[in-house]
Design a protein around this ligand. Structure first.
Ligand code: HPA
Length: 275
């Protein structure tokens, strides 16, 4: 069971390399890692050098922590994240966000590549996550509670913070970016879903489906970090079209739409806390 000191060891190692405390944390999904190029005054730390941190095993995920300034805000950005399908336990997936908390982060922006369950969506769309559905039993904050981080039981009815969702809509409007809002359905992967699973998810109220983000959002809610979640629709989910879901499509659409998402996130970061 990880303790407060376990996370503090990682955070102290990172804080030792910078002379500020980042206020915004960014965790970028597959093919969206190039967003981190916009960060200035970069301090780059390999995950493998951070004590008690995890190591990324997915090729398209870079495996580096990038600290610096984005639109005048101090940020910490994970270029490459950790997923359950890589073999990590849910409790391990709490590590990045808990370390962020101890670095001083008060807001996280989580992005993911996702399949569209909602037939009105199309590849390239960006969806603000309003809420999520996770039907697997585990929780990243299961086990002995760490009261320094948050309470045993906690409310998650505003986990995807409304003020951040409103701000995102404003920014998207200003930038003329069409923006959707909906429910992210968590799937453990690594296999994509079956058409029957997607149909069930649609009946249950899911709009996009993906294999990340929820562990981070739950961990953030536990330690009172505000969350903005954005899904980039990279493909129609299984069974929506008469074609298979492919990694190539996911990666290509991710690349194509990443400029749009970069602009949007830049604008959001600029405006966070200014109102
Ligand atoms: N399913 C699950 N995860 C995904 C998908 C999908 O269709 N597309 C991108 N990530």
């Amino acid at each position: 069971m990880n303790t407060y000191d376990f996370y503090k060891k990682s955070a102290d190692y990172i804080l030792d390399k910078i002379n500020y405390m980042p206020e915004i944390g960014l965790i970028l999904g597959s093919a969206l890692g190039s967003l981190s190029e916009e960060i200035s005054d970069q301090t780059i730390i390999d995950y493998k050098d951070i004590p008690n941190f995890l190591i990324s095993t997915v090729e398209s995920h870079a495996g580096k922590l990038i600290l610096g300034k984005l639109r005048e805000k101090n940020v910490v950005c994970m270029s490459g994240r950790f997923h359950y399908y890589e073999g990590y336990e849910f409790e391990q997936l709490a590590i990045p966000i808990r370390v962020f908390k101890l670095l001083g982060v008060n807001t996280v922006i989580l992005t993911n590549a996702a399949g569209a369950i909602n037939k009105e969506f199309k590849p390239g769309d960006v969806m603000i996550i309003k809420d999520h559905i996770k039907l697997t039993g585990e929780s990243p904050v299961r086990g002995k509670n760490i009261p320094e981080l948050g309470p045993r039981f906690f409310d998650v009815s505003d986990m995807y913070t409304k003020s951040l969702r409103d701000l995102t809509k404003e920014c998207a409007n200003e930038l003329n970016i069409d923006i959707k809002e909906g429910v992210y359905f968590y799937a453990t992967g690594p296999q994509f879903e079956t058409p029957a699973e997607i149909k069930a998810m649609r009946i249950l109220g899911g709009d996009t489906v993906g294999m990340s983000t929820v562990t981070e959002a739950i961990t953030a809610a536990h330690c009172s970090i505000k969350v903005l979640g954005l899904s980039l629709v990279t493909n129609m989910a299984a069974g929506v079209l008469e074609q298979p879901v492919t990694t190539e499509e996911v990666d290509e659409t991710g690349e194509m739409a990443s400029e749009k998402l970069k602009k949007l996130i830049g604008e959001i970061v600029e405006k966070i806390g200014n109102r």
